[in-house]
Ligand binder design. Structure first.
Ligand code: T46
Length: 134
């Protein structure tokens, strides 16, 4: 559900030498099985445009900024990610679009499952049919 997709505050250890954020198991509400990151993103690029069937993720703008539009089959909600100490939890069966990447933006993703192409809805009509038949 869209209401389960929320911003979580990550610990920020401030230091005159620079700040540090650590993520341990208890920091986020799922077990991390995979980590990947998106970088060198052209300005007009959009990413994602799909839903996952079972995957939960935490997205973090560890550098720069970008926007994330979420859709649960009924409502849309858009988040701006621009702080390396904030993450957006995205639950299963949520269509997501990532866009408006700043120069140098890096999107870090912590994922609850290994990569599995069969976990994707990449077609919007298929996603809508699946979500509305629940
Ligand atoms: C999401 C956004 C933020 C792999 O081989 N392993 C992986 O772990 C991933 C994520 C992708 N791939 C391959 C599959 C495709 O051939 O990399 C290619 C691009 O993957 P995808 O279309 O999934 O990339 P994005 O950036 O559009 O979407 C990904 C996540 O899938 C998605 O859940 O929220 O990053």
């Amino acid at each position: 559900m869209l209401s389960d997709c929320v911003i979580v505050n990550l610990p920020k250890i401030s230091d005159p030498r620079g700040n540090l954020t650590a993520i341990e198991g208890a920091t986020i509400p799922f077990e991390i099985k995979r980590v990947y990151y998106i970088y060198d993103i052209p300005a007009a690029s959009t990413r994602a445009a799909h839903s996952h069937k079972n995957l939960t993720q935490l997205l973090i703008a560890i550098s720069g900024s970008f926007e994330v539009s979420l859709y649960d089959g009924l409502n849309y909600k858009t988040f701006v990610l621009n702080k390396p100490y904030e993450g957006l939890i995205i639950r299963p069966m949520i269509w997501r679009d990532l866009f408006n990447f700043s120069a140098g933006a890096v999107c870090l993703c912590l994922a609850s499952e290994l990569y599995d192409e069969s976990d994707y809805y990449r077609n919007f009509d298929d996603f809508n049919k699946a979500i509305n038949s629940k």
